[in-house]
Design a protein around this ligand. Structure first.
Ligand code: HEM
Length: 390
């Protein structure tokens, strides 16, 4: 396992699999050809295009390419497929949609977990993912930037220990129409997401799962309320237009995956933003006006500054064996294949806009790094609880 370039601490209990390069997968060429065709059919404004087809406006390409890749049944080709493209590597062991703590305790956290696209490989995953990807692609960068800048300005009043944690999830919540108007609202959201994180822990106690469930219930109710009170909120609007409840197995699956947009942005977003602060020391006075570029953030993510590994279960083995799949050190920090991140564009635009806002603030006090939060799949930098402005 590659050591974290930022914090020399990492260990995993599952064997790592190496990631073959793309060029040896002839079948993939066909998939890309199809993707190119579909791209010209439904491209919208999100322009974070780069040369290699598999990463331009990744969500739509990802969805169509992975759907094509699944038809590959040539065992030799499958053995060569990158782990993220290997249909035998699944999110959950067959028949076990829930990890033990959630299976035992049940409740709202278990109910949303079982419905999350992130945890499923069933037949409805691809069409639901495609609808969600269209809704995220339909978001305008201007809206994302405006909401991210506003949340960055509000979060600045919460100090350095709060800023990088608050901005990613508060921006998605604000785009969904939740009232994110002050630091207290950001802290309430953060507290609920940390309760969900504790309830999703591999060794979570019943009480943590119960408290996580309460947080889920509160957020689901807030999102339902926003759907009626603010249907024109940018992301609520694109969801209702491109991925409305009838496009999902049922309304509960729609609402669970709407909540997942906030959840998915939370830890990974804080990791990337925190590592950007660490790396550039962006707040030093003389560097005002200098913000990182999209390429800077992608490099950081590739180097391990976001999600470092992901996990699958190899269903060719009995019982299905857990497999750790490295993302750090590869060109797929936002994943690949069926589970490729549909929020890549939104995530990068949010971080860029927030760091740009920060770079425009004169006389900021630099943050003081303390021990990071080390999670099984990423390290999230932490900073001393100090004011941003002396
Ligand atoms: C820096 C921020 C982010 C990073 C590094 C990141 C990374 C990833 C990665 C690596 C995966 C695939 C995991 C796997 O294959 O096991 C993933 C999945 C996902 N991400 Fe992101 N993500 C980020 C932000 C976001 C945001 C902002 C959203 C939504 C607004 C989002 C929504 C999702 C969803 C829904 C999935 C599950 C997709 C599926 O399983 O089909 N992510 N993300």
């Amino acid at each position: 396992m590659t050591a974290c370039p930022f914090h020399a601490r990492h260990d995993a209990d599952a064997p790592a699999v190496t990631r073959p390069t793309r060029t040896i997968v002839p079948v993939r060429a066909n998939a890309n050809a199809n993707a190119e065709a579909s791209l010209s059919a439904n491209t919208n404004t999100n322009t974070n295009t780069s040369t290699s087809t598999s990463t331009s406006t990744s969500t739509s390409i990802g969805a169509s390419a992975s759907a094509d890749a699944v038809v590959v049944h040539n065992p030799a080709a499958e053995a060569l497929l990158a782990p993220l493209l290997d249909p035998a590597l699944r999110m959950r062991p067959p028949g076990e949609p829930l990890p033990p703590p959630l299976r035992t305790q049940g409740g709202p956290l278990a109910e949303v977990f079982a419905r999350w696209l992130r945890q499923r490989d069933d037949a409805t995953h691809a069409p639901e993912k495609a609808a969600l990807s269209r809704a995220l692609l339909a978001l305008s960068d201007d809206d994302v930037r405006a909401h991210a800048r506003r949340q960055a300005a509000i979060a600045a009043r919460g100090g350095w220990s709060h800023w990088h944690w608050a901005v990613p999830a508060s921006t998605v919540a604000s785009l969904l129409g939740l009232a994110m108007d002050d630091v207290d609202a950001q802290r309430r959201l953060h507290g609920r997401l940390r309760a969900m994180a504790a309830g999703l822990g591999a060794q979570a106690e019943d009480e943590a799962v119960r408290a996580g469930g309460e947080a889920v219930a509160a957020l689901l109710a807030a999102l339902d309320d926003a759907e009626h009170r603010a249907p024109d909120a940018p992301l609520q609007w694109t969801l209702l237009r491109h991925a409305a409840p009838p496009r999902w197995t049922d309304r509960a699956t729609f609402t669970a995956n709407r909540l997942a947009l906030i959840w998915q942005s939370h830890e990974a977003g804080a990791a990337l933003l925190g590592h950007a602060l660490l790396e550039e020391g962006r707040t030093r006075g003389p560097r005002v006006g200098e913000a990182p570029t999209r390429e800077d953030l992608l490099r950081l993510a590739r180097e391990g500054g976001a999600v470092r590994v992901t996990r699958r279960f190899d269903v060719r083995q009995t019982p299905p064996a857990p497999v750790t799949v490295p993302l750090a050190g590869t060109d797929a920090p936002f994943g690949d294949g069926a589970h490729r991140c549909p929020g890549r564009g939104l995530a990068l635009e949010t971080s860029l806009a927030a760091l740009q806002w920060l770079a425009e603030q004169p006389a900021l006090r630099p943050p003081t790094a303390i021990a990071p939060l080390a999670l099984p799949n990423m390290d999230i930098p932490q900073f001393k609880d100090e004011e941003l402005f002396p």
